[in-house]
Design a protein around this ligand. Structure first.
Ligand code: NAD
Length: 473
């Protein structure tokens, strides 16, 4: 297996180098500390061939046994979390506590699909004479990003493998260690050679090469809407099924009766996790006008109190952003908003020290055409604005092209019903900011993507449902 700072490819059950290397940087110091192998076209062809060779045996292996391998892998991974979380923190910038929590969710996801593999592969009677038989679709290309590399890999690998599909995983080149640890846990748990292949490299070259192959039957991707659309076009040539988990721009509606003592810490904690680089992080806060000043003052105070620092310092509450591109994006969004008349309540400029540090930032008076209200911020920037009527709040909540998550704070049942029904999002949460779990489906609407990860529907993404008629004939 790879040593601590050189991450390799896994092809047909063997760890090896590629045709070149890419560097891995510590975002807290901006220092390069490692490298990751880059796959060549022939490495990818070998991955495709080995996945295809392994397909028949893996798909016909009893689902119970596939599940047992996933459960064994989850136990192996659980023993590695301490060191793996430190490695993830060093390359991603999230705190060690956040990285540890993320690994716990990856472990839970492997276990959930392991324990449900048999049940979700079983034929389902459909009336007296019919049966629905789930069948694995075939080789999966899985492309995962750098913000939550452990849990997002688990959410793709576990259901695909449980369903009986081999996977070619492209891990995130900026944060490769989670892919290596999860794939190695599967290998140690006895997954046959070729059933999981891990590649890294130039993303556009890898995705084009893999999706050009008719061997690949499913694409599962998490990343930006622009890249998701590009990949869906490539996948159209071979009619590969797509699961696309794309961007978000999630509103929070804080109503007149909201309990601000609960709402503000909940928003602050969820928003600034992973330095705001979560697809379902709240980004636009709409507050009933009668509570606006009180909310803004509490929210600004909470944001200012967050302790920013090195992610390996246990007292740090928010680490750096993952890369220089995110700092440039924050600078562009703040400048554009201020040029159009916005005020900065707190934050707003990069910290003057090495590392990609951007403080929690709150903008008010933001013009409706400002980029920050339309482009996915993907960082620790919040906008806060007042509303007068619930209809206005719903209209504002729906005023982006995204539809991933939305959050509401109110105690009134009729207000909850109006918001739940009126706001377009894949997931809505009331008086609560969490959402993604192993056992429940999660997916976006509008430009946030299509298809589901999590729960039964997450496994159905990798299955065809064969309808068998005439059983009583
Ligand atoms: P990006 O859009 O270039 O890359 C996002 C992810 O997609 C990366 O992991 C990258 O390796 C991958 N990618 C890019 N081009 C690809 C291709 N042609 N084929 C396969 N994979 C490809 O941008 P970025 O600067 O890395 O990230 C910033 C933006 O990405 C954010 O603004 C956010 O919208 C989005 N993003 C979303 C999520 C999410 O959880 N939905 C995660 C990471 C990034």
């Amino acid at each position: 297996m790879s040593n601590a700072t050189t991450y390799q490819l896994l092809i047909n059950g063997s760890w090896r180098g590629g045709s070149g290397t890419l560097t891995v940087t510590n975002p807290a110091t901006e220092a390069v500390f490692g490298s990751v192998a880059a796959a060549s076209a022939s490495d990818l062809d070998e991955a495709l061939a080995s996945a295809e060779r392994s397909r028949r045996a893996w798909s016909s292996r009893p689902a119970k046994e596939r599940g047992e391998i996933l459960v064994a892998a989850s136990r192996i991974l659980a023993t590695k979390v301490g060191d793996a979380a430190k490695e993830l923190s060093r390359e991603q910038g999230k705190t060690i506590a956040e990285a540890t929590g993320e690994y716990a969710r990856a472990v839970e996801t492997l276990e959930w699909y392991g324990t449900h593999a048999e049940e979700l592969s079983a034929p389902v009677p459909h009336g007296p004479n019919r049966m629905i038989v789930p069948e694995p679709l075939g080789v999966v290309a899985a492309f995962t990003p750098w913000n939550y590399p452990a849990v997002l890999i688990a959410r793709k690998l576990a259901p695909a493998l449980a369903a009986g599909c081999p996977v070619i995983l492209k891990g995130a080149e900026e944060t490769p260690s989670a892919a290596v640890h999860i794939v190695e846990a599967l290998r140690q748990a006895g997954i046959p050679d070729g059933v999981v292949n891990l590649v890294f490299g130039v993303p556009a070259q890898i995705s084009e090469h893999l999706l050009n192959s008719p061997i690949v039957k499913v694409l599962t991707f998490t990343g930006s809407t622009a890249v998701g659309k590009h990949l869906a076009k490539l996948a159209a040539n071979n009619l590969q099924r797509c699961v696309l988990e794309l961007g978000g721009h999630s509103p929070v509606v804080v109503c007149e009766d909201a309990d601000l003592a609960k709402a503000v810490p909940a928003i602050s904690e969820y928003k600034f996790e992973c330095a705001g680089q979560s697809c379902n992080a709240p980004s636009r806060i709409l507050v009933a006008r009668t509570r606006y000043e009180e909310f803004l003052s509490r929210m600004t105070e909470a944001a200012r109190k967050i302790k920013i620092g090195p992610p390996d310092d246990p007292t740090t509450e928010m680490g750096p952003m993952a890369n220089a591109r995110r700092i440039e994006a924050m600078q562009g969004l703040v400048k554009d908003a201020v040029d159009r008349g916005a005020s900065i309540e707190t934050g707003g400029t990069r910290l003057d020290q090495p590392g990609f540090y951007w403080p929690p930032t709150i903008l008010t008076g933001v013009a409706k055409d400002a980029k920050v209200l339309h482009d996915e911020p993907f960082g620790p920037i919040l906008t806060v604005a007042p509303f007068d009527t619930l209809e206005e709040a719903i209209e504002e909540a729906n005023a982006t092209e995204y539809g991933l998550a939305a959050y509401f704070f109110t105690g009134a049942d009729d207000t909850k019903r109006a918001l739940i029904g009126g706001v377009s999002a894949g997931a809505v949460s009331v008086n609560y900011l969490k959402g993604v779990s192993a056992d429940a489906p999660y997916g976006g609407v509008k430009q946030s993507g299509y298809g589901y990860e999590g729960g039964e529907q997450g496994m159905r993404s990798f299955q065809s449902l064969k309808l068998v008629n005439g059983l009583g004939s």
